[in-house]
Design a protein around this ligand. Structure first.
Ligand code: SAH
Length: 395
Protein backbone atom coordinates (compact mmCIF):
# COMPACT_ATOMS: atom_id res chain seq x y z
CA UNK A 1 0.00 0.00 0.00
CA UNK A 2 1.31 3.44 -0.90
CA UNK A 3 2.24 5.84 1.88
CA UNK A 4 1.17 9.46 2.02
CA UNK A 5 3.70 11.49 4.00
CA UNK A 6 2.48 14.78 5.45
CA UNK A 7 4.57 17.95 5.64
CA UNK A 8 5.93 18.90 9.08
CA UNK A 9 3.18 20.22 11.38
CA UNK A 10 0.41 19.12 9.03
CA UNK A 11 -0.58 16.27 11.34
CA UNK A 12 -2.30 18.84 13.58
CA UNK A 13 -5.52 18.63 11.54
CA UNK A 14 -5.29 14.86 11.95
CA UNK A 15 -5.18 15.29 15.72
CA UNK A 16 -8.46 17.23 15.44
CA UNK A 17 -9.75 14.26 13.41
CA UNK A 18 -10.57 16.41 10.41
CA UNK A 19 -10.84 13.98 7.48
CA UNK A 20 -9.47 16.13 4.64
CA UNK A 21 -5.84 16.28 3.58
CA UNK A 22 -5.22 19.20 1.22
CA UNK A 23 -2.59 19.10 -1.52
CA UNK A 24 -0.63 21.75 0.40
CA UNK A 25 -0.28 19.36 3.37
CA UNK A 26 1.20 16.50 1.37
CA UNK A 27 5.00 16.17 1.32
CA UNK A 28 5.04 13.14 -1.00
CA UNK A 29 3.47 9.83 -1.94
CA UNK A 30 5.74 6.83 -1.58
CA UNK A 31 4.71 4.00 -3.85
CA UNK A 32 2.00 3.99 -6.48
CA UNK A 33 -1.69 4.65 -6.01
CA UNK A 34 -4.51 5.00 -8.50
CA UNK A 35 -7.46 7.37 -7.86
CA UNK A 36 -9.53 6.06 -4.96
CA UNK A 37 -6.89 3.62 -3.72
CA UNK A 38 -6.37 3.36 0.01
CA UNK A 39 -3.12 4.86 1.28
CA UNK A 40 -1.50 4.82 4.72
CA UNK A 41 -1.12 8.34 6.13
CA UNK A 42 2.06 9.17 8.06
CA UNK A 43 3.37 12.26 9.80
CA UNK A 44 6.77 13.60 8.68
CA UNK A 45 8.27 11.82 11.69
CA UNK A 46 6.89 8.49 10.44
CA UNK A 47 3.94 8.06 12.85
CA UNK A 48 1.07 6.16 11.23
CA UNK A 49 -2.09 8.31 11.47
CA UNK A 50 -4.65 6.18 9.67
CA UNK A 51 -5.98 5.19 6.26
CA UNK A 52 -7.26 7.50 3.54
CA UNK A 53 -8.56 7.44 -0.03
CA UNK A 54 -6.20 8.96 -2.60
CA UNK A 55 -7.70 11.68 -4.84
CA UNK A 56 -4.87 12.84 -7.10
CA UNK A 57 -7.09 15.20 -9.15
CA UNK A 58 -8.61 17.05 -6.22
CA UNK A 59 -7.29 19.88 -4.05
CA UNK A 60 -8.47 17.63 -1.23
CA UNK A 61 -5.76 15.12 -2.06
CA UNK A 62 -6.92 12.44 0.38
CA UNK A 63 -9.91 11.76 2.63
CA UNK A 64 -9.54 9.75 5.82
CA UNK A 65 -11.50 6.52 6.04
CA UNK A 66 -10.17 5.84 9.51
CA UNK A 67 -7.92 7.37 12.17
CA UNK A 68 -7.09 3.89 13.43
CA UNK A 69 -3.54 3.05 12.27
CA UNK A 70 -4.53 -0.63 12.18
CA UNK A 71 -7.75 -0.16 10.19
CA UNK A 72 -8.26 -2.36 7.13
CA UNK A 73 -10.37 -0.75 4.41
CA UNK A 74 -12.27 -3.59 2.77
CA UNK A 75 -15.84 -4.79 2.14
CA UNK A 76 -16.26 -5.53 5.85
CA UNK A 77 -15.26 -1.94 6.72
CA UNK A 78 -18.08 -0.55 4.54
CA UNK A 79 -20.53 -3.13 5.81
CA UNK A 80 -19.86 -2.00 9.41
CA UNK A 81 -19.85 1.73 8.62
CA UNK A 82 -23.05 1.65 6.57
CA UNK A 83 -24.86 -0.55 9.11
CA UNK A 84 -23.82 1.76 11.96
CA UNK A 85 -25.06 4.85 10.11
CA UNK A 86 -28.40 3.21 9.31
CA UNK A 87 -28.73 2.00 12.93
CA UNK A 88 -28.17 5.53 14.25
CA UNK A 89 -31.29 6.67 12.36
CA UNK A 90 -33.29 3.69 13.59
CA UNK A 91 -32.40 4.55 17.20
CA UNK A 92 -33.73 8.11 16.80
CA UNK A 93 -37.49 7.98 17.42
CA UNK A 94 -38.17 11.04 15.26
CA UNK A 95 -36.28 9.54 12.33
CA UNK A 96 -37.29 5.90 12.72
CA UNK A 97 -40.88 6.74 11.80
CA UNK A 98 -39.97 8.70 8.66
CA UNK A 99 -40.49 7.37 5.12
CA UNK A 100 -37.83 9.72 3.83
CA UNK A 101 -34.56 9.84 5.76
CA UNK A 102 -30.91 10.58 5.02
CA UNK A 103 -29.05 7.39 5.94
CA UNK A 104 -25.51 8.58 5.30
CA UNK A 105 -24.37 12.20 5.47
CA UNK A 106 -20.84 11.96 4.12
CA UNK A 107 -17.94 13.05 6.33
CA UNK A 108 -20.24 13.55 9.33
CA UNK A 109 -21.12 9.85 9.26
CA UNK A 110 -17.51 8.83 8.76
CA UNK A 111 -17.94 8.12 5.04
CA UNK A 112 -16.41 10.98 3.03
CA UNK A 113 -18.04 11.45 -0.37
CA UNK A 114 -21.00 9.18 0.38
CA UNK A 115 -24.53 10.58 0.59
CA UNK A 116 -27.49 8.21 0.85
CA UNK A 117 -31.19 8.98 1.20
CA UNK A 118 -33.95 6.43 1.68
CA UNK A 119 -37.42 7.07 0.28
CA UNK A 120 -39.59 4.16 1.40
CA UNK A 121 -38.22 1.01 -0.24
CA UNK A 122 -35.91 2.98 -2.56
CA UNK A 123 -32.41 4.05 -1.60
CA UNK A 124 -30.67 6.82 -3.54
CA UNK A 125 -26.90 7.00 -3.40
CA UNK A 126 -24.59 9.83 -4.43
CA UNK A 127 -20.83 9.25 -4.56
CA UNK A 128 -18.70 12.37 -4.89
CA UNK A 129 -15.12 11.34 -4.10
CA UNK A 130 -12.64 9.06 -5.86
CA UNK A 131 -12.50 6.82 -2.77
CA UNK A 132 -16.27 6.46 -2.52
CA UNK A 133 -16.47 5.79 -6.26
CA UNK A 134 -13.90 3.02 -5.96
CA UNK A 135 -15.92 1.23 -3.27
CA UNK A 136 -19.30 1.51 -5.07
CA UNK A 137 -20.03 -2.25 -5.00
CA UNK A 138 -19.16 -2.59 -1.33
CA UNK A 139 -21.37 0.38 -0.43
CA UNK A 140 -24.30 -0.89 -2.52
CA UNK A 141 -24.08 -4.38 -0.98
CA UNK A 142 -23.88 -2.90 2.49
CA UNK A 143 -26.91 -0.69 1.84
CA UNK A 144 -29.00 -3.60 0.57
CA UNK A 145 -28.06 -5.65 3.63
CA UNK A 146 -28.62 -2.88 6.17
CA UNK A 147 -31.95 -1.65 4.79
CA UNK A 148 -33.52 -4.58 2.93
CA UNK A 149 -34.46 -2.03 0.25
CA UNK A 150 -36.02 -3.01 -3.08
CA UNK A 151 -33.89 -0.73 -5.21
CA UNK A 152 -30.71 1.32 -5.04
CA UNK A 153 -30.56 4.17 -7.55
CA UNK A 154 -27.30 6.01 -8.13
CA UNK A 155 -27.47 9.80 -8.59
CA UNK A 156 -23.75 10.55 -8.83
CA UNK A 157 -24.31 13.56 -11.09
CA UNK A 158 -23.22 16.33 -8.74
CA UNK A 159 -20.82 18.94 -10.19
CA UNK A 160 -18.29 18.26 -7.46
CA UNK A 161 -17.41 14.92 -9.10
CA UNK A 162 -15.65 16.91 -11.81
CA UNK A 163 -13.17 18.21 -9.22
CA UNK A 164 -12.27 14.59 -8.44
CA UNK A 165 -11.84 13.75 -12.12
CA UNK A 166 -14.97 11.59 -12.08
CA UNK A 167 -17.63 11.38 -14.78
CA UNK A 168 -21.34 11.51 -13.86
CA UNK A 169 -22.90 8.11 -13.12
CA UNK A 170 -26.65 7.54 -12.82
CA UNK A 171 -28.92 4.51 -12.92
CA UNK A 172 -30.27 1.59 -10.97
CA UNK A 173 -27.50 -0.40 -9.30
CA UNK A 174 -29.80 -2.82 -7.46
CA UNK A 175 -33.37 -3.94 -8.12
CA UNK A 176 -35.78 -1.77 -10.11
CA UNK A 177 -37.52 1.52 -9.41
CA UNK A 178 -41.29 1.50 -8.88
CA UNK A 179 -43.39 3.38 -11.47
CA UNK A 180 -44.25 6.11 -8.99
CA UNK A 181 -42.55 6.87 -5.71
CA UNK A 182 -44.16 8.84 -2.90
CA UNK A 183 -43.33 9.36 0.75
CA UNK A 184 -45.39 10.70 3.64
CA UNK A 185 -43.62 13.47 5.51
CA UNK A 186 -45.35 14.45 8.73
CA UNK A 187 -48.75 13.59 7.32
CA UNK A 188 -48.24 15.04 3.84
CA UNK A 189 -47.78 12.78 0.82
CA UNK A 190 -45.06 13.93 -1.57
CA UNK A 191 -43.86 12.57 -4.88
CA UNK A 192 -40.12 11.90 -5.10
CA UNK A 193 -38.51 11.91 -8.53
CA UNK A 194 -35.23 10.17 -7.82
CA UNK A 195 -34.27 10.16 -11.52
CA UNK A 196 -34.99 13.75 -12.54
CA UNK A 197 -35.46 15.66 -9.27
CA UNK A 198 -32.86 17.90 -7.63
CA UNK A 199 -30.02 16.22 -5.71
CA UNK A 200 -31.39 12.81 -4.69
CA UNK A 201 -34.94 13.86 -5.60
CA UNK A 202 -36.16 15.56 -2.45
CA UNK A 203 -34.82 18.03 0.14
CA UNK A 204 -35.00 15.96 3.32
CA UNK A 205 -32.87 18.47 5.22
CA UNK A 206 -35.82 20.90 5.56
CA UNK A 207 -38.20 18.33 7.12
CA UNK A 208 -38.25 19.85 10.64
CA UNK A 209 -38.44 23.38 9.29
CA UNK A 210 -41.42 22.49 7.09
CA UNK A 211 -43.08 21.12 10.24
CA UNK A 212 -42.36 24.36 12.07
CA UNK A 213 -43.95 26.27 9.19
CA UNK A 214 -47.05 24.18 9.67
CA UNK A 215 -47.12 25.01 13.38
CA UNK A 216 -46.84 28.73 12.74
CA UNK A 217 -48.99 29.10 9.62
CA UNK A 218 -52.50 29.15 11.09
CA UNK A 219 -54.60 31.98 9.66
CA UNK A 220 -51.61 33.51 7.89
CA UNK A 221 -51.30 34.70 4.32
CA UNK A 222 -48.16 32.86 3.22
CA UNK A 223 -45.63 33.49 0.44
CA UNK A 224 -43.29 30.54 -0.29
CA UNK A 225 -40.37 31.54 -2.50
CA UNK A 226 -38.23 28.87 -4.22
CA UNK A 227 -40.98 26.36 -3.47
CA UNK A 228 -39.61 23.42 -5.55
CA UNK A 229 -42.24 20.65 -5.24
CA UNK A 230 -44.25 22.52 -2.61
CA UNK A 231 -43.02 20.99 0.65
CA UNK A 232 -43.34 24.17 2.71
CA UNK A 233 -46.52 25.19 0.86
CA UNK A 234 -48.38 21.98 1.66
CA UNK A 235 -47.33 21.99 5.31
CA UNK A 236 -48.50 25.61 5.57
CA UNK A 237 -51.89 24.59 4.14
CA UNK A 238 -52.03 21.69 6.60
CA UNK A 239 -51.38 24.17 9.37
CA UNK A 240 -54.39 26.24 8.37
CA UNK A 241 -52.82 29.02 6.33
CA UNK A 242 -55.39 31.45 4.92
CA UNK A 243 -53.64 31.33 1.54
CA UNK A 244 -50.30 30.23 0.10
CA UNK A 245 -48.67 31.77 -2.96
CA UNK A 246 -45.72 29.64 -4.10
CA UNK A 247 -43.08 30.77 -6.58
CA UNK A 248 -40.39 28.83 -8.43
CA UNK A 249 -38.62 29.28 -11.74
CA UNK A 250 -38.90 25.58 -12.59
CA UNK A 251 -42.02 24.54 -14.49
CA UNK A 252 -41.49 20.80 -13.83
CA UNK A 253 -41.05 21.44 -10.08
CA UNK A 254 -44.33 23.39 -10.04
CA UNK A 255 -46.13 20.62 -11.94
CA UNK A 256 -44.95 18.16 -9.30
CA UNK A 257 -46.07 20.59 -6.59
CA UNK A 258 -49.58 20.68 -8.04
CA UNK A 259 -49.65 16.89 -8.26
CA UNK A 260 -48.53 16.77 -4.63
CA UNK A 261 -51.41 19.01 -3.65
CA UNK A 262 -53.79 16.62 -5.45
CA UNK A 263 -52.23 13.70 -3.55
CA UNK A 264 -53.45 15.30 -0.31
CA UNK A 265 -57.20 15.74 -0.69
CA UNK A 266 -57.60 16.91 2.92
CA UNK A 267 -55.88 20.18 1.96
CA UNK A 268 -57.94 23.08 0.62
CA UNK A 269 -56.55 23.47 -2.89
CA UNK A 270 -58.55 26.68 -3.31
CA UNK A 271 -56.12 28.38 -0.93
CA UNK A 272 -53.06 27.58 -3.05
CA UNK A 273 -51.69 29.55 -6.00
CA UNK A 274 -48.55 28.68 -7.99
CA UNK A 275 -46.43 31.07 -10.01
CA UNK A 276 -43.59 30.24 -12.39
CA UNK A 277 -41.24 33.20 -12.05
CA UNK A 278 -37.83 34.45 -11.05
CA UNK A 279 -38.12 35.26 -7.34
CA UNK A 280 -35.90 38.34 -7.60
CA UNK A 281 -38.32 40.03 -10.00
CA UNK A 282 -41.50 38.50 -8.56
CA UNK A 283 -40.75 40.02 -5.14
CA UNK A 284 -40.37 43.44 -6.78
CA UNK A 285 -43.65 43.03 -8.61
CA UNK A 286 -45.42 42.06 -5.39
CA UNK A 287 -43.91 45.10 -3.66
CA UNK A 288 -44.97 47.43 -6.49
CA UNK A 289 -48.48 45.95 -6.43
CA UNK A 290 -48.69 46.75 -2.70
CA UNK A 291 -49.09 43.09 -1.68
CA UNK A 292 -48.39 42.08 1.93
CA UNK A 293 -48.00 38.68 3.65
CA UNK A 294 -48.04 37.32 7.21
CA UNK A 295 -45.39 34.67 6.61
CA UNK A 296 -42.67 34.60 3.96
CA UNK A 297 -40.42 31.60 3.34
CA UNK A 298 -37.17 32.14 1.45
CA UNK A 299 -35.33 28.89 0.69
CA UNK A 300 -33.10 29.74 -2.27
CA UNK A 301 -30.61 27.45 -3.97
CA UNK A 302 -26.97 27.53 -2.94
CA UNK A 303 -25.79 31.03 -3.93
CA UNK A 304 -22.27 30.41 -2.52
CA UNK A 305 -20.91 26.89 -3.06
CA UNK A 306 -17.65 27.99 -1.41
CA UNK A 307 -16.25 30.95 0.51
CA UNK A 308 -14.90 32.39 -2.77
CA UNK A 309 -18.47 33.17 -3.86
CA UNK A 310 -19.49 34.63 -0.49
CA UNK A 311 -19.50 38.30 -1.46
CA UNK A 312 -21.76 38.03 -4.50
CA UNK A 313 -23.96 35.55 -2.65
CA UNK A 314 -24.25 37.93 0.30
CA UNK A 315 -25.67 40.60 -2.03
CA UNK A 316 -28.24 38.15 -3.41
CA UNK A 317 -29.30 37.04 0.10
CA UNK A 318 -29.55 40.65 1.20
CA UNK A 319 -31.65 41.56 -1.82
CA UNK A 320 -34.35 38.92 -1.35
CA UNK A 321 -34.44 39.32 2.43
CA UNK A 322 -34.75 43.10 2.22
CA UNK A 323 -37.71 42.66 -0.12
CA UNK A 324 -39.06 39.95 2.18
CA UNK A 325 -39.02 42.25 5.22
CA UNK A 326 -40.73 44.99 3.19
CA UNK A 327 -43.52 42.63 2.13
CA UNK A 328 -44.43 41.57 5.70
CA UNK A 329 -47.53 42.72 7.53
CA UNK A 330 -47.12 43.81 11.17
CA UNK A 331 -46.47 40.68 13.27
CA UNK A 332 -45.30 38.82 10.19
CA UNK A 333 -42.69 36.08 10.11
CA UNK A 334 -39.74 35.77 7.74
CA UNK A 335 -38.45 32.17 7.59
CA UNK A 336 -35.19 32.60 5.75
CA UNK A 337 -32.55 30.02 4.84
CA UNK A 338 -29.13 29.61 3.31
CA UNK A 339 -27.75 26.24 2.23
CA UNK A 340 -24.46 27.81 1.10
CA UNK A 341 -21.41 26.18 2.62
CA UNK A 342 -19.57 29.44 1.91
CA UNK A 343 -21.85 31.51 4.18
CA UNK A 344 -21.48 30.73 7.89
CA UNK A 345 -24.17 31.13 10.53
CA UNK A 346 -22.72 34.42 11.82
CA UNK A 347 -22.36 35.96 8.38
CA UNK A 348 -25.88 34.89 7.47
CA UNK A 349 -27.27 36.57 10.58
CA UNK A 350 -25.32 39.74 9.70
CA UNK A 351 -26.78 39.75 6.20
CA UNK A 352 -30.32 39.34 7.54
CA UNK A 353 -29.72 42.08 10.12
CA UNK A 354 -28.52 44.37 7.33
CA UNK A 355 -31.58 43.56 5.24
CA UNK A 356 -33.92 44.36 8.15
CA UNK A 357 -32.08 47.61 8.88
CA UNK A 358 -32.30 48.70 5.23
CA UNK A 359 -35.98 47.78 5.18
CA UNK A 360 -36.41 49.95 8.28
CA UNK A 361 -37.82 47.19 10.51
CA UNK A 362 -36.82 45.99 13.99
CA UNK A 363 -36.91 42.25 13.38
CA UNK A 364 -36.14 39.74 16.09
CA UNK A 365 -35.00 36.14 15.84
CA UNK A 366 -37.57 33.78 17.35
CA UNK A 367 -36.09 30.52 16.11
CA UNK A 368 -32.68 29.44 14.87
CA UNK A 369 -33.10 26.72 12.28
CA UNK A 370 -30.88 24.03 10.86
CA UNK A 371 -30.99 20.74 9.01
CA UNK A 372 -32.83 17.78 10.55
CA UNK A 373 -31.17 15.15 12.77
CA UNK A 374 -30.44 12.82 9.88
CA UNK A 375 -28.00 15.48 8.61
CA UNK A 376 -25.62 15.48 11.59
CA UNK A 377 -22.59 17.75 11.76
CA UNK A 378 -19.43 15.96 12.83
CA UNK A 379 -17.75 18.01 15.57
CA UNK A 380 -14.51 17.64 13.63
CA UNK A 381 -16.19 18.68 10.34
CA UNK A 382 -17.85 22.07 10.90
CA UNK A 383 -18.09 22.38 7.08
CA UNK A 384 -20.95 19.89 7.37
CA UNK A 385 -23.19 22.64 8.75
CA UNK A 386 -24.36 24.00 5.41
CA UNK A 387 -28.04 24.71 6.11
CA UNK A 388 -28.87 27.55 8.42
CA UNK A 389 -32.07 29.49 8.88
CA UNK A 390 -33.65 32.23 10.94
CA UNK A 391 -37.28 32.71 11.79
CA UNK A 392 -37.61 36.46 12.31
CA UNK A 393 -40.67 38.27 13.60
CA UNK A 394 -41.34 41.89 12.80
CA UNK A 395 -43.26 44.26 15.09
N1 SAH B 1 -37.95 24.70 -0.32
C1 SAH B 1 -37.84 23.57 -1.19
C2 SAH B 1 -36.45 23.41 -1.78
C3 SAH B 1 -35.96 24.62 -2.56
S1 SAH B 1 -34.66 24.27 -3.65
C4 SAH B 1 -38.29 22.32 -0.46
O1 SAH B 1 -38.57 22.39 0.75
O2 SAH B 1 -38.36 21.25 -1.07
C5 SAH B 1 -34.46 25.75 -4.54
C6 SAH B 1 -35.49 26.00 -5.62
O3 SAH B 1 -35.23 27.30 -6.15
C7 SAH B 1 -35.48 25.07 -6.81
O4 SAH B 1 -36.76 24.49 -6.97
C8 SAH B 1 -35.16 25.97 -8.04
O5 SAH B 1 -35.93 25.62 -9.19
C9 SAH B 1 -35.58 27.31 -7.54
N2 SAH B 1 -34.91 28.49 -8.10
C10 SAH B 1 -33.59 28.67 -8.34
N3 SAH B 1 -33.35 29.94 -8.74
C11 SAH B 1 -34.55 30.58 -8.77
C12 SAH B 1 -34.97 31.90 -9.09
N4 SAH B 1 -34.09 32.85 -9.42
N5 SAH B 1 -36.28 32.19 -8.99
C13 SAH B 1 -37.18 31.24 -8.62
N6 SAH B 1 -36.83 29.99 -8.29
C14 SAH B 1 -35.54 29.65 -8.36
Amino acid sequence: MAQLILKPGKDRAMARRHPWIYDSAVARLEGRARPGDTVTVLSDSGKVLGKAAWSPESKIRARMWSFDPEAVIDHAFFKRAVAASVARRQRHPGLARQDGVRLIHGESDGLPGVVVDRFGAVVVMQLTSAGADKWRDAIVNALVQATGCEAVYERSDSDVRGREGLEPVTGCVHGALPDALTIVENGIRMEVDVVGGHKTGFYLDQRDNRLMTRELASGRKVLNCFCYTGGFSLQALAGGAASVLSIDSSGPALSTAERNLALNPSLDAGRAAWQEADVFSALRELRDAGERFDMIILDPPKFAPSAAHAERAARAYKDINLLGFRLLNPGGLLMTYSCSGGIGVELFQKIIAGAAADAGVDGRIVHRLSAAADHPVGLSVPEGEYLKGLCCEVP
